[in-house]
Each structure stands twice: as C-alpha cells, then as structure tokens.
Design a protein around this ligand. Structure first.
Ligand code: ADP
Ligand code: MG
Length: 703
C-alpha cells in the first residue's frame, strides 16, 4: 500500500476534521473552541479534573455528592415519571452490595429515548456508573447517573477509575466525545510534539519532556503527576512570556527620542516652593528615578505605585513641568470627570503665578470651546492638558507632547494607553496606580515597565480606624463628627449586574438620610449617572464645606480629596471588592484629625467576611493588594483583557511565583548568551515566541 505511506508524517498540523469520529460538522464546533488542528487539540487543556476513582464506601459519597461504582446489572426497566420526563432504573450488584442506578431522559413520542440504555444496561451487563448520590445514602442507595460505561467498551479507562479531565466545551460537543478525541490525538501526534523549552534548560530545571507533560496533563495517573505536568507546561508559558519581555525591552531601549531634557528649574523650583509642604523622602526618590528616565535617550515607560493619599499627583506634576521647562507639552489623563476636575483644581492651586498654560478636556466641554482648546493644543499655546478619555479623540493633536501621565491606569484598557502614547513621538509615559501589586507580578505583567514605589505617607496623616459596625452606630459617628465641624461620606454600592436597581436604592436612601436620619444636617447626593456639571457642583460644595454629608455611589472611589471629611460609612460593604473598599477608605484620613471608616455589612460568604476582616485589620494598601490577589486571582484584579494579552493558559502568576522566578532568570540568561535565538536548540522557542506575541505585542502600550 504505497498510498498509506505517503500520508503526511506530521500529524500535528492535520485538520481535526480527519480525526476519526469528527467530520466537518463537529470540526466547526471545535473551531469555536479555537481547535483546528491536532496540535490545537493537544493544547486544549482541561479546565478541571474530576476524581473518579471508585468510591470506597458507597454510603459516603464525596463532598460534591459524586459516586463512582462498578457493578453487574441484575435487572432494568423503564419507569414513566411525568408527561415529559421518563426514568430508567437498573439494579446493580457491586462489591459493596446492591445499588439502584437511575437515568432521567426527556420523553419523546418520536423516538425511543432509552434505545441505547436498553442495549447497554441490560441484565448481565457489567458497568461503570458515575453519578450523584440521591436521598439518604446510608439506607437508600440510589445513584442518579450522569455517565455510564460498559466494561466491554475498551475506552472506559479514559473516563472512569481515574482523575478524569473536564474540558471547556461548546454546545454539541460532550465531555465524553472530546475526551476520546484528545486521547486519539495523543496517540497519533504526541510523539511529534517538540519541546519549546531548550534542552539545556529542561535539564537544568529537571523538567519532564513535553510529550510526557501533555499526557500527564490530559490523563494524569495521580495528583502528583498532574502537578508535575502542569508545572512543566506552566514553566514553558512563563519562559515564553519572560523572553518576550526581554526582547521588547531591548527593542524599546534601541529607540532614540532624539531630544533631551535639561533640569532648568525655572518652573520646578517655584513649584516646589509654592507647595506649602515638604516632599516626603519617598516622593523625592521617585522623582529622581523619573527624571533619570526622562534624561535617557530612549522613551520612559514607568509605573508609579503609591497607596491612596501617598501624593502621586505632585510627582506626576514634577515630570510634566520638566517637559514644559524644556519647551514640550504634557498630558494628564484620568478615568473620570470628577477626578480630572480635581486634578485641574490641584494644578491651578500649585501652579498659581507660574507661566504654565493649562487646559481641561472632557466630554463635557462645549463644542465651540473645545475647538478653541484643540487649536491651542495643536499650536503649542497650551502647555498642559488635563482630561479624561476625551484626550484620546482623533482630532486631539499636540504640537510636541513629551510626557503623558495616566492616573489610575488599571481603569484604562491596553489600547487606550497605546492611543495616548501615539499622540506624541516616542513620548515618555508615566502610569500611576493606587492598587499596588507585588513587584514580581508587576514585572511580569508589564515586563518592560520600570516600577517606582512611594512607600511612605505624607506626615500628619492619621490612618483611618476601620470598624465593622451596625448602621446606628455608624450614623451616630456621622452626627458626632458633624457636630465637631467635620464632614462625612455615606457610600452605597452600585454593581454592573444590578446597576439600575442599585441606583434607585441609593437615591431612596438619600431621601431617607436627608429627611429622617440627619434632618439637622446638609445632605447632598452624588452618583455616576448625574450630568458632569451637576457632579462638579456637588463636589465643589462639599469640598468648600457647605454640605456636611455626601451620599455617594462609588463615583467617589477615585481621587477625591477633602481633608475635612473624617467619617465614611460604607453600606453593604460586603458587596464591594477589597480594592474598591481600600480606595474608598482612602478618601478619609487625609487630615490631622482621626478618621473613622464604618463598614456596615451582613457578609453572606466566607470570602466577603474575609474581605471585611482584612480591611479592619490593616490600613496597608500593599497588604490589601496581596490579599486581593489571593482571593480573586490576577485575572480579575488586573482585568481579564490584560491577563489575556499574556497568553497564559495553565500558568498562574500568583500560584506559580516560584516558576515565574525561574523563568525570569532563565530568559535573561538565555537571551544574554544567544541574543537573537540563533542556536539550533533555541529555534523552536524563537518560532513559538513569534507565533504567540509578534502580532499582539505591538498593540500593548509600549513604545
Ligand atoms: P494620591 O497618591 O492618592 O493620588 P494625592 O496626590 O491626591 O494622593 O495626594 C493626597 C493629598 O496629599 C493632596 O492633598 C496632596 O496635596 C497632599 N500631599 C502630597 N504630598 C504631600 C507631602 N509631601 N506633604 C503633605 N501633603 C502632601
Ligand atoms: Mg491620585
């Protein structure tokens, strides 16, 4: 048979359609899962593994109720159960005695829903059943069957009596079907899988070969083998990621801005003098780090981390002023109008009397005014622009934008950062965040970002005391502080899934607080759905002390600065995430007087409880950030989009911190020894890097 020999030796590239049992219709279904070739299928990793080893004691099912039993059918029959539902019941003799197995099916007049069962589950047949324990298993032994496998089907060892893989599915594909196809693909093509990890590295880190790891991931013998396999594949993903970052960093550093900054101090010195306070040592240190970056020949990409209230704005302003001192322009972008307004007010205060021309750009600016602002920005008559997403509009053009600052960067998408960057030629970018993440993680997420951290608060701050209290107690604190001439926030949650109802509730609460709870106080309401102008008006009044209680939705989460506000009541605090709670709390504790944060909540899950306890236990944003990471995982914390950009499917940046450290060190070493990956043992790594990152990398916010 000559024809048989001419089959392509490379099974990996074969379309999945030609795998036995697949065909064109199912191939389309697989395509929905991004599985097109056998190689794709090998990399279609299980989302979980179910422990389907035989249940040792049928009277004691696993915690999730799962029961796995093996037995001989003593008898079986169809039982009608309702107009649309029918039931098939079999008595099984197992080593542990007799059990009843039941199957539920939709009844149909058109065909016999039990045809297959009648054939497979008949007297004398030997079976595996996987199902849930029904009722009181101590006496009544009944299993509601989810899957069953006749012992004369040689494929049963893929499905039962083992750690069984559960795959991401799409409608029309079953676990059983996918599992069997993966097994077939492993048989055909696994031996061809080549190691992305160069042999010397695999040896150094004692990693199992890739084919073995793939088998172990899909069909592990036991938990230890599974973890070894997963670790091996995770390491490979992380190595690719870290290599990509090394290369990206090198590329960025090869770019020449073509202009330099000189520290002239014509603006910086008067700015510092006019602040009215001394910069903290941490602020001075990060300003030096940033200025060092600015004077380098290649563009800066720096992340400035600093807890809420640590004073990032002054640092950002210093960088912006250096650009202006050197005849360039600066831009400061914030995620909300309130915050942009607040920044504008700060700039006006700190730049009073200095020859710096500032403009604001938000979606609220009237058309005619906007045209004039755009004209001045384009001609260079404006030095600094503060704004929201409105800065990203296509018709916003700068004469010479040199420094761009993005506040609360995690509120922006990767693409928005890239857009701002493109407003200037190789400009210097500073992104700021108050949601600190551990350094190792930051480096892996933003690989070629340098990180500066303000790890110190300005003096004279008293961190807020955080209490879990009943509402009455919280309201008493509001009255007490108001009587002492201070102000309070009362915050209500708004979450996306129930935004409309939440807003209604917040408005109703405002009415209640105004008329019944605090009749003697001046109460105002601010929420995200209000027009921008109305919002600013309320904020201005509150900042000026003309309102004592501000009822707010989380619009105030970001950046509001009213030092006289010393109480915050967070209602339904269990519905907020840790990062949000910390941000909210950061609105108080900004002055010398002691502040109080009252969390009013009725936590329904252990996690919610834990979040509240963490808040009560520590004011430290870094500890809270780490805890948040532990509770939620990086995907959610950083936005799935950002995590998605990293092409990680088995690796977990938090759980695999050890592997990550290896991968970082190995990537640096590898690329130092073989800068463009020309050595034969690195060829595959180079190919994979290209395939994974070449396209999407340019869309990331780097130069
Ligand atoms: P964040 O880091 O949260 O953005 P801000 O920049 O808004 O913090 O600063 C919070 C407040 O602290 C502002 O009122 C700011 O003027 C003030 N501030 C900043 N640095 C200092 C300092 N070194 N000493 C005293 N107050 C400071
Ligand atoms: Mg800020």
């Amino acid at each position: 048979m000559i024809l048989a020999n001419t089959q392509p030796k490379n099974h990996l590239d074969r379309p999945i359609q030609f795998l036995k049992g697949v065909g064109p219709r199912r191939a389309d279904l697989f395509a929905r899962l991004d599985v097109r070739t056998l190689e794709d299928l090998l990399h279609h990793y299980p989302r979980a593994w179910q422990d389907r080893r035989e249940t040792a004691d049928l009277r004691r099912p696993a915690a999730d109720g799962l029961v796995v039993a093996r037995g001989r059918v003593l008898g079986a029959r169809v039982i009608g159960a309702g107009p649309s539902l029918a039931l098939y019941k079999a008595d099984l003799a197992t080593a542990q005695g007799e059990v009843a197995a039941v199957w539920f099916k939709h009844f149909s007049r058109r065909f016999d829903a039990f045809a297959r069962l009648k054939k497979e589950v008949r007297e004398g047949a030997q079976l595996w059943v996987v199902g849930r324990a029904e009722g009181d298993l101590v006496s009544a032994r009944e299993i509601r069957v989810e899957e069953h496998y006749p012992l004369d089907d040689p494929r049963w060892p893929l499905h039962v009596a083992r750690l069984t893989p559960l795959y991401p599915l799409t409608e029309g594909l079953s676990q059983r079907f996918v599992r069997e196809r993966v097994s077939a693909a492993l048989e055909l093509a696994c031996g061809e899988v080549r190691d992305g990890v160069p042999a010397p590295l695999a040896a150094k880190r004692r990693l199992p070969p890739a084919p073995q790891a793939l088998r172990g991931l899909h069909f592990p013998d036991d938990a230890a083998k599974l973890e070894a396999a997963r670790g091996r594949l995770a390491y490979e993903e992380l190595l690719l990621l870290e290599c990509a970052w090394v290369l990206k960093r090198r590329q960025t550093r090869g770019l020449a801005k073509g202009y330099g900054y000189e520290i002239k101090r014509t603006l910086l010195t008067p700015f510092r003098r006019g602040l009215g306070f001394e910069l903290t040592a941490a602020q001075k240190r990060v300003i030096v780090e940033i200025f060092d970056d600015l004077r380098r020949p290649y563009p800066m990409t720096r992340l400035l981390q600093g807890d809420v209230g640590s004073g990032k704005t002054v640092v950002a302003l210093s960088a912006l002023l250096l650009a202006v001192e050197n005849g360039g322009q600066g831009a400061l972008m914030a995620p909300t109008e309130i915050l942009a307004d607040q920044h504008r007010a700060t700039l006006d205060r700190f730049l009073k009397g200095l020859p710096v021309r500032v403009a604001s750009l938000t979606s609220r600016v009237p058309k005619k005014e906007r045209a004039e602002i755009l004209r001045r920005v384009e001609t260079g008559e404006t030095d600094l622009v503060v704004g929201t997403h409105a800065l990203l509009e296509e018709d916003v053009r700068f004469k010479s934008l040199r420094v761009a600052v993005i506040d609360e960067q995690h509120r922006f998408g990767v693409r928005q950062r890239a857009t701002l960057r493109q407003k200037g030629r190789l400009l210097d970018l500073l992104v700021m965040t108050a949601t600190p993440i551990p350094r190792t993680l930051a480096l892996s997420l933003y690989g070629d970002l340098d990180v500066s951290t303000i790890d110190q608060m300005p003096p004279g701050r008293t961190p807020a005391r955080t209490l879990l209290t009943a509402e009455e107690e919280a309201f008493a604190a509001v009255r007490r502080e108001a009587a002492a001439g201070r102000q309070a926030y009362v915050v209500y949650p708004i979450i996306a899934e129930s935004a409309r109802l939440d807003l209604q509730a917040a408005k109703a609460e405002y009415e209640r607080l105004k008329s019944r709870v605090f009749p003697g106080l001046k109460v105002a309401l601010i929420h995200g759905a209000m027009p921008g102008k109305a919002k600013s008006k309320v904020m201005d009044e509150f900042a000026a002390g003309r309102r004592q209680v501000l009822v707010a939705t989380p619009v105030i989460e970001v950046g509001i600065d009213v030092p006289n506000a010393t109480v915050m009541v967070i209602q339904n605090a269990d519905r907020f995430g840790l990062a949000s709670l910390h941000q909210l709390r950061g609105r108080i504790g900004r002055g010398a007087a002691e502040s109080f944060c009252h969390l009013v909540a009725d936590p329904k899950t252990p996690e919610a409880r834990r979040r509240l306890d963490v808040m009560a236990a520590t004011p430290d944003g870094f500890r809270i950030g780490e805890e948040d990471l532990r509770l939620r995982g990086p995907g959610e914390l950083l936005g799935t989009a950002q995590h998605g950009e990293l092409s990680l499917s088995v690796a977990d940046l938090v759980k695999d911190a050890g592997l990550l450290a290896w991968a970082r060190a190995d990537a640096a070493e590898l690329l130092a020894a073989d800068p463009t990956l020309q050595r034969p043992e690195n060829a595959l790594l180079r190919r994979r890097l290209g395939a994974l990152y070449r396209d999407r990398w340019s869309s990331i916010d780097l130069a």
